[in-house]
Design a binder for this molecule. Structure first.
Ligand code: HEM
Length: 541
């Protein structure tokens, strides 16, 4: 009897599950633009198919660009990643992105951060300002805002200049040897030295020889490297051994940070006039220690990685765009004088009121803006719980509810929207940001450039990042000729001269592209050779 019942029940159960699956795959998300889903795989199969059509290591944003084109450029589309992940809603339109990032009745501090950010907890801590929400986030932001305000940052200029000296020494060594190398290494070491000096008042000697680098810096780099390439899309991400290794590194790193905070607290106690973020704290209990350590981790990570990526792409784009390189050099010559020596730049920047020079670099700033448009290192992932009723309005007037999805403001898609950037959307063209090309600039709405995201949760370090990049460019662009090697290498004619492509850039044999290792970064670590610019151009140090 029981056997007969079971026999009758199993097909019923299977039929029920089949109908349920059918509903989830084909009906529930049907109002949203999307590729054709598969009953079993949802869109995992679609993603795999698109991925296998191009460079396997390319960043997922590149694949999303292809899917958007395949769907005829809708303002948003969904990918059903269940059961691996929540359904993903990819935003490729700036007006919709703006509705996600601004404050609203439901979300006064903009939509909550995505739970997927927990993958980064080892690196940024459980209580990170990057992951926090609501009042907890507001308190943290209020506490740290003054430290990132432009006026305060200008007082840090001498430290940034000091660290840039080591960078020049490193590039000089490479220029002398003539050997090709990964540009990401010196850029990462530089930006870590800067953020370490600024947020921890510590010289980590990241730019020194390996035996002179601080152990903590090595520990931090190991921790970052313990994250899988392709950020969660590969088998590496379920590697238990890797996870265990990451855990051990995290514990050691946190132990160091807690000791550092305790020491700073003791120092501040000893000097009542001392300044710092710990000043208003009466007792350094475990909660405060953990919270402060989480923020230090967050600032160290967010502060070095993205900025080093911008430097790499800027050096690369300038190396293959002769007009832009010439324009930056001319601007620097007008500002700092004809002697291109980094020493002159450092002296002028650290002289009284020298910081104002950095606000007089419109072309260089346009270059940085354009690099961030074409190669944004990150985007923003948010989440709205089922039942919230969070609805966005599409440009055509249609309203769509985004409850229960991870919502990804994808800067790569938004920054390459043809409706905004026209036929030159994929072209490196700093001029589009200049006042002189007012007509064109006026056509670009502010919300269509969001490399630092917008709204209450925008990047707290954006002024710092662009300040760093301007200083580094000021002391290096006239001193070095950088030549890309391997991917992105320019094509040369029989005389060895670079061949000009269609849009004012040298033609490349194979385009350099981003891969994903937590953020989006050049896949080959930006392999280059560097030489001193022509004798009279390089200047001395
Ligand atoms: C060019 C370099 C940089 C880029 C492109 C960049 C980009 C971004 C983006 C897109 C966000 C929003 C992330 C999200 O919504 O999940 C963000 C947030 C953040 N960034 Fe940056 N960032 C850069 C440099 C920096 C620097 C130098 C710091 C210094 C510590 C920093 C610290 C942070 C922090 C703490 C947040 C979280 C802010 C909050 O939620 O209140 N970033 N950044």
């Amino acid at each position: 009897m029981i056997g007969t019942l079971t026999l009758a029940f199993v097909p019923l159960l299977l039929f029920y599950l089949y109908r349920k699956l059918q509903y989830h795959r084909f009906t529930q998300l049907s109002p949203y633009p999307q590729p054709q889903p598969s009953l079993v795989w949802g869109h995992l199969k679609t993603i795999h198919e698109f991925m296998s059509k191009g460079e396997p290591e390319r960043h997922i944003d590149e694949v999303l660009l292809e899917i958007k084109a395949h769907l005829n450029h809708p303002p948003l589309f969904v990918l059903d990643l269940r059961p691996v992940q929540y359904p993903l809603c990819v935003i490729g339109d700036h007006e919709v992105a703006e509705q996600i990032s601004r404050s609203s009745k439901e979300y006064p501090y903009s939509m909550t951060k995505s739970p997927t950010i927990k993958d980064l907890h080892s690196l940024i801590g459980m209580g990170s300002i990057i992951a926090a929400n609501g009042e907890e986030w507001k308190t943290l932001r209020r506490r740290f805002n003054p430290g990132f305000a432009p006026q305060h940052l200008m007082t840090l200029l001498p430290r940034i200049v000091a660290m840039s000296r080591r960078f020049v020494e490193t590039l000089d060594r490479h220029a002398k040897s003539g050997v090709e190398f990964r540009l990401d290494e010196p850029c990462i070491n530089l930006t870590f030295d800067i953020i370490g000096a600024i947020v921890m008042d510590t010289d980590f000697r990241a730019q020194c020889a390996p035996h002179q680098q601080s152990e903590v810096y090595k520990l931090f780099r190991d921790l970052v490297r313990s994250y899988p390439m392709a950020g969660g899309m590969s088998w590496e991400s379920v590697n238990l051994w890797g996870a265990l290794k990451r855990r051990r590194l995290t514990v050691r790193f946190e132990r160091y940070l807690r000791a550092h905070i305790s020491q700073k607290f003791a120092d501040l106690r000893a000097t009542p006039t001392g300044r710092g973020n710990l000043q208003d704290i009466a007792t350094l209990d475990d909660k405060v220690l953990t919270q402060t350590s989480d923020q230090l981790k967050s600032f160290l990570f967010a502060g070095y990685d993205t900025t080093s990526i911008v430097l790499q792409w800027t050096f690369y784009e300038l190396s293959r765009t002769p007009c832009a390189l010439q324009a930056v050099r001319a601007e620097l010559a007008t500002l700092f004088g004809p002697d291109p020596s980094p020493v002159v730049v450092w002296e002028r920047l650290t002289a009284p009121a020298g910081e104002h020079l950095l606000n007089q670099m419109p072309y260089t700033s346009a270059v940085i803006r354009e690099v961030l448009r074409l190669h944004p290192p990150s985007g923003s992932a948010r989440f709205t719980a089922p039942g919230t009723g969070f609805t966005v309005q599409l440009p055509g007037g249609e309203a769509l509810c985004l409850d229960g999805m991870v919502v990804y403001n994808c800067e790569t898609l938004i920054h390459r929207d043809e409706a905004v950037y026209g036929a030159t959307k994929d072209v490196f063209r700093p001029e589009r940001w200049l006042e002189s090309s007012d007509h064109e600039k006026q056509k670009i709405p502010a919300s269509a450039w969001r490399a630092f995201e917008r709204g209450p949760r925008n990047c707290i370090g954006q002024e710092l990042a662009t300040l760093e990049v301007r200083v580094i460019l000021a002391c290096t662009v006239r001193r070095y000729e950088i030549t890309k090697v391997g991917l992105g290498e320019v094509v040369r004619d029989e005389m060895g001269q670079p061949v000009m492509g269609a849009q004012g850039q040298f033609a490349a044999r194979r385009e350099l592209f981003n891969t994903m290792q937590i953020t989006a970064k050049p896949v080959d670590g930006t392999r280059v050779r560097v030489a001193l610019a022509a004798e009279d151009g390089a200047g001395s140090v």
